[in-house]
Design a protein. Structure first.
Lengths: 132, 132, 132, 132
DNA sequence: GTGGTCTAGACCACG
DNA sequence: GTGGTCTAGACCACA
């Protein structure tokens, strides 16, 4: 779980998953949380590759997925930019939240936990995090 | 999402994930929910492979993981059996529930959702499920 | 415009466009026209690469796009298969036909042609093709 | 899809295609539709670049293609002018219409649509446009 | 300078 | 054997 920086962004990469997916995921999060703003230019493929000590192709793969998500726009010869539409970002964030929540519930129920169990476990997790 | 049977067990297999993981996960669930009881013998690798129309290597891979979980015991020449200790099963179930919950919260927070958002989304999901 | 064969399939590749897009496009057409049937296995990445005298990565890129289109399903360790759902294929074909038609009309109108001109040009093209 | 003006001309630029092609295409259309008349002077590369907020190289690339089309003539030290021959413009327009039509038909047939399908889709598109 | 494509060749996960 | 990922390094199109 190595930490690497690219401008204001901080990345945590390990080898248990595809690198391009980790980059993709963490870019999505940075966009969703507003750490990078609509319209912002993100680091060039080569810059990012150098900062993360990763092959440019790997970064490029991640950037192309971001484009498919509609979170970025690529201008050949100019660079890659966050979409100027905050609505699109928010829509992405909401869709994703619902999907993650559904999947969480599905798993818990598959192991025989009911709504009360789920709520109890969440409360427990929240209490733990308060102490920390 | 094809349905296949092996004795009392019903499996749902699709192709979007590794087969061995799907089998593993659904075996864990069957054990956790008590659909298979402590001490029960589970089908041999070959039987299971035939029933699921799947490569024996795939079943074998899943069974090895169950052993590592401590949910099964393999007795040379006799076959594979669910652990005789219900406590061990319950401990596994609790540990897993906490791990899944932690991971869920980690993801939601990574996308900028707070505790209130999480609770709201869960309530929404519960309401949806009631209507259905 | 070189012709290359892979099993029953015939490909025409040139260098004026990305190779992976040409492969993608011609696979889509083969599927849409029913030259490959639902459920069929398509040649492995390596077979196809060899047949087309192209790098396996290039074929892989095309196959991944087909997956995204929902026209194929990939089973790791087994190969790539045409979706078993003919409806999905037909839906793809219809959507694409409408998109292509819209674009055609848009272009013609942008150059000052009206509906009558468009119909006349089509009739002319059809007559030409009859003579050939 | 941003709108930008250069004298009497209005351009719609987006980022999904090369800028020089969009400029080229829209210049061709303006000439074909007579929005710019034979013999007219068109803005200099620099003026145009400034008006469209675009790199001069980009405009230059588009102008060179127009010259190759025979739609413009560049006179050293004086600027770029629309050809004085209306016949040449009309010939260009006809050629282009045939090329676009051929390409449209080729695509439709590649996806297994016949003449009847094509006509039906066009009629459908026309009906849709009437309602709007 | 930017991103996109392609190759060659390696290694991994899965069945 | 299958597909997926990664690297290194080349070349192209675009601004």
């Amino acid at each position: 779980m190595e930490e690497r920086r690219a401008g204001a962004l901080v990345f945590h990469l390990d080898l248990s998953q595809p690198l391009y997916e980790q980059i993709l995921q963490q870019m999505r999060q940075a966009i969703a949380k507003g750490e990078i703003r609509p319209g912002d230019k993100i680091p060039s493929v080569r810059e990012m590759a150098q900062a993360l000590r990763v092959n440019p192709n790997t970064v490029s793969h991640a950037y192309q997925e971001l484009d498919r998500d509609g979170l970025t726009e690529t201008r050949r010869g100019q660079g890659t930019f966050i979409t100027t539409s905050p609505e699109r970002i928010e829509r992405f964030r909401q869709t994703l939240a619902r999907r993650v929540t559904q999947e969480f519930i599905r798993q818990m129920q598959a192991f025989g936990f009911g709504w009360d169990d789920i709520r109890a476990l969440l409360r427990e997790a929240q209490d733990d995090s308060r102490e920390t």
